[in-house]
Design a protein around this ligand. Structure first.
Ligand SMILES: Nc1nc2c([nH]c(=O)n2[C@@H]2O[C@H](COP(=O)(O)OP(=O)(O)OP(=O)(O)O)[C@@H](O)[C@H]2O)c(=O)[nH]1
Ligand SMILES: [Mg+2]
Length: 127
């Protein structure tokens, strides 16, 4: 069973809106909404991976952040270890750098979007 370590950024702007992004056709869980993030590389620190993915996917540089939640989740074909960081200050403008849809939404609006199952406990903690 493949296992992956993932680092994820939950970015909150000055209006308390959160940045979400839509997974593309060729990706695992295609079409689901997510928070920007991705696989931790060999030897990479968890927060360094979060910073790198946030920059690569939406062009933001996080300047203030803390670990919000860590959990393991078993999908049929994949075992994931997910590390969610809450980013409360950053530099740059959110931009779709990989052709994905991106949106700023309130925590209350998150339930209107189809997220991966692994995100449900985290979304509840954000409310
Ligand atoms: N980024 C992100 N991934 C999530 C979330 N929830 C969740 O279950 N995942 C899963 O965690 C894994 C993240 O890997 P990813 O596909 O984003 O990895 P990556 O950015 O390195 O992509 P790449 O392999 O296309 O370069 C996927 O299997 C994805 O389905 C989430 O909120 N954000
Ligand atoms: Mg990704």
């Amino acid at each position: 069973m493949p296992e992956q370590i993932i680092s994820i950024a939950i970015v909150q702007n000055e209006h308390k809106k959160l940045l979400i992004s839509r997974r593309q056709k060729d990706q695992h869980l295609a079409g689901k909404w997510e928070f920007p993030g991705g696989k931790v590389e060999q030897g990479e620190a968890l927060e360094v991976a979060m910073l790198r993915e946030l920059k690569e996917e939406v062009g933001l540089t996080a300047t203030k952040y803390s670990l919000f939640d860590s959990l393991s989740f078993q999908y049929d074909e994949l075992h994931l270890h997910l590390n969610f960081y809450l980013v409360t200050a950053y530099q740059g403008e959110a931009t779709s750098l990989e052709g994905q849809q991106i949106k700023w939404v309130s925590a209350a609006e998150l339930s209107q979007y189809d997220f991966p199952k692994a995100n449900l406990t985290v979304i509840n903690k954000l409310l």
